[in-house]
Design a protein around this ligand. Sequence first.
Ligand SMILES: [Zn+2]
Length: 51
Amino acid sequence: MRELIALRCTSCKRKNYYTTKNKRLHPEKFSIKKYCPFERKHILHKEAKPK
Ligand SMILES: [Zn+2]
């Protein structure tokens, strides 16, 4: 039971990545440092709704 989530850049608010996670195993929202192609540097991305 994996659900689609988006990873949104906390700086420009763009949804740069889409991934899936198991919400039963990881019910909390997660955040991860990822490369933002719009700012061309690594920015903290947070989980968001994919739509
Ligand atoms: Zn960004």
